[in-house]
Design a protein around this ligand. Structure first.
Ligand code: UT7
Length: 330
């Protein structure tokens, strides 16, 4: 069967205007700008205004990505929205976006692989386009993490922000586009990063005795060491599967959870830090939106050249891991 080349045709993003700085956080919990910068690299996050739903960011990012691809909403065959903060379970975020951008020909579903959602969605979308089943797939990663942050818990509230990033994937010349995907899950480690929904067992309640019950909780150091190992391994896998070496990679787009995690993985890979995209100082951890937002920023600032070898690599709740190697064809 003929296989089509699959690549990114357009990118877009949306960051809310309201800012939360480290000095704002100093007034909210017992922390310091110095601690946050040293331990995470973060300086500013963007937050949705109170009462504004997550999907509104995705709508803006989606419109920009479709325009950047030179398409119109009617050209989109499928919308995959990734999020851990859906405004409703139904209608799904993807259906809300479909309605608001008027993508009348698109099927739509949500995908939850927490912070790895975008990489999972890239893998999923590729299958539809490669086989010829669909032509244009819109991936929108929307994360309103301020909705699920416990603002009294200094272990977590310094980390998260709100954002949406979007890409349109479609057919590209075979010499460009996605070469390798890798996705994996480690459900046995799921307890180390949790966000309860309808079910709140005693052990989860115990982790949240201070503030909000339905908020993100994590064992920071357990997730940290998993993340460094998993991102290193996932990067190596796609590089080797593509018959390349780390030196062939021009830019790595890692999930933006902590600068020390990113640096730790880069060091293990013997990867020059200049080849690693970092945006977390101005966004915080925006879960699955990290990679598409970074892609949009780097692409719009001409920091990606046609033909560049890119690796995207993420880890997240589940726990989940994923990576993707592609040759940039825009
Ligand atoms: O995408 C979601 C996935 N999640 C992650 O990627 C998170 C991965 N983990 C991390 O990024 C890091 O573990 C954190 C940034 C969450 C924490 O950094 P750490 O270097 O692992 O610090 P720690 O938890 O070991 O805490 C060190 C100290 C503790 O004090 P004691 O017990 O040594 O006296 C904490 O209580 O730092 C304290 N601490 C803080 N101090 C000032 C923890 N949070 C803060 C804070 N400000 N915000």
């Amino acid at each position: 069967m003929h296989e089509f080349g699959v690549g990114i045709l357009g990118t877009g993003m949306y960051l809310p205007e309201k800012l939360l700085t480290n000095s704002d956080l100093e007034k909210m919990v017992n922390t310091t700008d110095e601690w946050i910068v040293k331990r995470t690299g973060m300086k500013v996050r963007h937050l949705l205004e109170e009462g504004v739903p997550t999907y509104t960011m995705g709508v803006e990012a989606a419109k920009l990505a479709i325009r950047d691809a030179g398409l119109s909403p009617a050209d989109i065959d499928l919308i995959i929205a990734t999020t851990v903060t859906p405004d409703y379970l139904t209608p799904s975020v993807s259906c809300l976006i479909q309605k608001h951008i008027q993508a009348e020909n698109a099927a739509a579903f949500d995908l939850n692989a927490a912070c790895t959602g975008f990489v999972y969605a890239m893998t999923t979308a590729r299958q539809f386009i490669q086989t010829g089943f669909y032509r244009n797939v819109l991936i929108v990663s929307n994360e309103g993490l301020s909705h699920v942050t416990d603002w009294e818990n200094r272990n977590t509230c310094i980390l998260f922000g709100d954002a949406a990033g979007a890409v349109v994937l479609g057919r590209v010349d075979q010499q460009y586009g996605i070469r390798e995907n890798y996705i994996a899950s480690f459900g046995n480690l799921g307890h180390s990063l949790t966000l309860p929904c309808f079910y709140l067992p005693e052990e989860e309640r115990q982790k949240r005795t201070l503030g909000r019950e339905r908020s993100i909780w994590q064992d920071g150091s357990e997730v940290f060491s998993f993340a460094v190992r998993a991102m290193t391994d996932a990067t190596r896998r796609v590089v080797e599967a593509a018959g390349k070496t780390i030196d062939d990679v021009d830019l790595v787009f890692p999930h933006q959870a902590n600068l020390r995690i990113i640096s730790g993985a880069a060091k293990r890979l013997h990867l020059n830090e200049e080849k690693v995209a970092v945006i977390l100082q101005e966004t915080g951890n925006i879960s699955s939106a990290s990679i598409p937002v970074a892609l949009d920023m780097y692409s719009k600032n001409d920091r990606i050249k046609k033909g560049d070898t890119l690796v995207m690599v993420a880890f997240g709740g589940g726990l989940t891991v994923g990576s993707c190697l592609m040759l940039w064809g825009k």
